[in-house]
Design a protein around this ligand. Structure first.
Ligand code: HEM
Length: 756
């Protein structure tokens, strides 16, 4: 192999062609990983080339001229007009004037992080993708999470789908999985995407509402699109209001292909399974967080990574043999359908770890350009008609969003794999291409750059057989719009069903046009009659018995609408526990890692109790934070002083996962006098969070919760646990802490809720 390495100039007997070929082969070695030091920081190193740090440096213009006065413009006399010749002022203002670029047309609000991916064992039987071969190889990744509808400055806690986009900087080039936290989508065909987005975005006449689907145009569209009902179940569920970006699943949505070395293709669905479990907030909480901390998810991700609590997901695949393509009750090409995990299990094949925050939001998070079409050898597309449209859309939109055809050169977008081609010029070109030729074939440059044979890593599309009529139509196999919506609803626990009902009552309650509500109720009745009746009750309406128009309005003019009516097919299963967050067997509720616990205290708090509780919580990986009537130092019963992390003015129960009120008579008396402490506790109770009290702290809970929990063991030393409220007036803090940790791990105590 070493003989293939080249020197810069051809030696005697070597033509420029042989040199070029040798260089290409050298790159193949690099692609094979043979020369690569398995450096998972490859992308970080690459980004270093473009970083700037002004520590200890002079202020300069963009031309490198040192600036002597950054306070005053150049004037004709102290009170005179500013001179046009002031190149320093002109440059500064001009650059400022052009600082903004268009936000993404969808998924504008996002947060991102760097990390790496490692496969558990070689997947060579299924795919030749380089990053899925070798467990010792760490592939750098950049991951961006987003909401869909809101603009760049909107709240993180909108009820919405979350984007989950992963860019793998593999040695064979960039591979992007541009997915969501829900495994299906609203529509089946890309033709409807602009309609969907126009419907959900703020209404065009008054640009209201921001980042919300609860308005007429969205539900008008949905009520005419029965194919959206499965996705509507997901979006109305708690999945649409995650507790943390670190605690949600991710899905590639479409069916892709895996191709192995022998060229054999299999169908695949991609999954991300969060190791911190699957958790959400409740809707009332989401709305309040949007006011208290609109950056809640962004902050949570940032702080977790800064604290060294690196978020992790396992990468899962559902693999289907080509011969089984038609064996399901649904079509694998239909993006409104899942493959239930109970039918085809998700095999976990690797792990994604996010371990570094971006250095600069704009340069990285804003300028990153994901694309479903970024694939590498070993992965390929299917004919899913939604994905096919996406293959066009992303480059197209990025051309304008990032200002021209060279956005692949922006540091965050450029691959770690070498790039050589005959593409040239254009706005903001960074690469200085050597040589006389920018075409192929050429003889002047020995034919370089070469096409790579398949055995040298050249991409070859899967040779799918096609023999078809050119036609604008949907396959008959796409028309079962309700069965999987019903499957989703049936798979939810009772509280989750109530949340869906409440979400629909909220959303449709904001709709001002009665016929839209009626059409929605008719569609919901197709999913589940009980669901439709409950929603109708909340709206003070009735589920219409008969609609005067067909259910599916999206048929071409002149075509018999009956042909386009939804139909129900027999299903493989009636219920899929993997669809529920509460009953999900994949996510046991046994960890409180990184959960935030508010410790309410004031001067005179029981210092021993706080110390012991904090130790237990920290050992379990949680983050206790003190909340006091004012900021500064708080003095405990034994004279120990603690820093208040928050005051009641800067904190709110919705920003925490659980609350602990320690004893200490003076502390509790001060908290009783502090009006916000009662609201803090009662709100945490309303949102079904774990609450604990020790000593006199139990008294504060009893006052704030006015009989909502029983304290059966009042006189004894035992610990009482009632609907997630853990109390003991005289018991050991160790016992309280143990029960508290178990209560937090359950995440929420839904038994406190009483119907929708
Ligand atoms: C025909 C259907 C679709 C079209 C035309 C479309 C189009 C777009 C466009 C134009 C963007 C902005 C990209 C940019 O400015 O860089 C975008 C972003 C995004 N789309 Fe889609 N999309 C479609 C469906 C989907 C589906 C089904 C998913 C999920 C599987 C999805 C996931 C995402 C994500 C995660 C982003 C944000 C990427 C980022 O973080 O920068 N899209 N989409």
């Amino acid at each position: 192999m070493t003989t293939r390495r080249t020197s810069k100039k051809p030696s005697k007997g070597q033509t420029s062609k042989t040199v070029a070929k040798a260089k290409a082969l050298q790159n193949v070695e690099r692609l094979d990983g043979k020369l690569d030091p398995r450096n998972n920081d490859a992308k970080i190193d690459d980004l270093q080339k473009n970083t700037e740090d002004s520590a200890g440096e002079f202020l300069t213009t963009n031309q490198g001229v040192r600036i002597n006065d950054n306070q005053n413009s150049l004037k004709a006399g102290e009170r005179g007009a500013t001179l046009l010749e002031d190149f320093i002022l002109r440059e500064k203002i001009t650059h400022f004037d052009h600082e903004r670029i268009p936000e993404r047309v969808v998924h504008a609000r996002g947060s991102a992080a760097h990390g790496y991916f490692q496969v558990y064992e070689s997947m060579s039987d299924f795919t030749k993708a380089g990053f899925l071969q070798d467990p010792s190889l760490k592939t750098p990744v950049f991951v961006r999470f987003s909401t869909v509808a809101g603009s760049r400055g909107s709240s993180d806690l909108a009820r919405d789908v979350r984007g989950f986009a992963v860019k793998f900087y593999t040695q064979q080039g960039n591979f992007d999985i541009v997915g969501n936290n829900m495994p299906v989508f609203f529509i089946q065909d890309a033709m409807k995407f602009p309609d969907l987005v126009h419907a959900v975005k703020p209404e065009p006449h008054n640009e209201i509402p921001q980042a919300a689907s609860a308005h007429d145009t969205f539900w008008d569209f949905i009520s005419l699109m029965p194919e959206s009902m499965h996705m509507i179940m997901w979006v109305m569920s708690d999945r649409a209001i995650p507790r943390s970006l670190r605690m949600m699943e991710g899905f590639g949505v479409h069916t892709f292909r895996l191709i192995n070395e022998r060229g054999k293709s299999r169908f695949v669905k991609f999954h991300w399974k969060p190791l911190l479990g699957l958790h959400s907030v409740v809707w009332d909480e989401a709305q309040k967080i949007s006011g208290k901390d609109p950056d809640f998810h962004r902050r949570d991700l940032w702080e977790a990574i800064e604290n060294g609590d690196f978020p992790e997901w396992e990468f899962g695949v559902q693999i289907v043999e080509e011969k089984d393509e038609h064996k399901f009750s649904f079509d694998l090409l239909d993006p409104t359908k899942i493959i239930p995990e109970e039918i085809v299990p998700v095999r976990r094949i690797g792990k994604l770890t996010l371990n570094r925050n971006p250095d600069n939001f704009f340069a990285e998070t804003e300028q990153v350009a994901f694309h479903v079409g970024n694939i590498v050898p070993g992965i390929d597309f299917t004919n899913d008609p939604l994905m096919q449209g996406r293959l066009f859309s992303y480059t197209d939109t990025q051309l304008i969003r990032l200002g021209g055809p060279n956005f692949h050169e922006i540091p965050i977008n450029r691959p770690v794999a070498p790039v050589h081609n005959n593409q040239r010029d254009g706005f903001m070109r960074q690469t200085v291409n050597h040589g006389q030729t920018s075409y192929e074939p050429n003889s002047l440059r020995g034919g370089c750059p070469f096409q790579a044979g398949v055995d040298m890593g050249g991409f070859q599309s899967f040779a799918e057989r096609i023999d078809a009529q050119k036609i604008r139509a949907r396959s008959a196999s796409f028309f079962d719009h309700f069965s999987q919506a019903t499957l989703f609803y049936n798979s939810q626990s009772e509280p989750e069903k109530q949340h869906i009902i409440r979400a629909l009552r909220f959303e449709l309650g904001k709709v001002e046009t009665p016929p839209i509500r009626e059409r929605m109720l008719a569609l919901l009745a197709q999913v589940d009659k009980g669901l439709a009746n409950s929603v109708a009750e909340g709206l003070g309406a009735k589920v219409p018995k008969k609609l005067d128009k067909p259910l599916n309005m999206s048929f071409p003019a002149g075509v018999d609408p009956r042909k386009f009516q939804p139909k129900r097919l027999p299903q493989e299963i009636d219920s899929s526990p993997a669809l529920s967050m509460v009953n999900n067997p994949n996510f046991p509720k046994d960890s409180i890692k990184t959960r935030k616990v508010a410790v309410l205290l004031a001067d005179g708090f029981d210092a021993a109790a706080v110390d012991q509780m904090n130790k237990v919580l920290l050992t379990a990986g949680a983050m206790p934070k003190t909340v006091a009537p004012r900021l500064g130092l708080v003095t405990g019963s034994n004279g120990v002083q603690l820093k208040a992390d928050f005051s009641f003015l800067t904190a709110s129960s919705v920003l925490f996962d659980a609350v602990f009120v320690p004893g200490g008579d003076t502390s509790v008396a001060a908290l009783v006098a502090e009006k916000d402490s009662g609201e803090f506790i009662s709100e945490a109770y309303k949102h079904c969070k774990a609450i604990a009290g020790s000593g006199a702290g139990v008294g504060l809970l009893a006052t704030s919760l006015a009989g909502d929990f029983t304290e059966s063991d009042e006189a004894g030393t035992g610990v009482t646990i009632d609907k997630g409220v853990v109390t003991s007036r005289d018991g050991s803090i160790k016992d309280i802490a143990k029960a508290f940790v178990a209560a937090i791990a359950l995440h929420r105590h839904w038994e406190r809720e009483t119907g929708p």
